[in-house]
Design a protein around this ligand. Sequence first.
Ligand SMILES: [Zn+2]
Length: 95
Amino acid sequence: MSKKPPVAKKEEPPATVPPAPAEEAAPAPVKKAEKGKRPKKHKEEKGVHAMYKIEGDKISRARPTCERCGPGYFMADHHDRYTCGHCGFTRYKQK
Ligand SMILES: [Zn+2]
């Protein structure tokens, strides 16, 4: 008269287990790529050494120096003018 209850009910199927959120994680890295619109241009390496050109034994300056500040202050090379970043002196290119 000793009946044991059935033990089959122990394994309950997971009724409400959400599936892995693989769908939400996928489109995330796409946003990052859209941020950088322009492809990076490799700019010329700049520095004091870029202002000089060495031709054999001689050194020549690639850019004019500022008339106000004197030698040592190179002027920025724009498409139609040279400007001094130190004092703001502008010299237009003559054609
Ligand atoms: Zn200057």
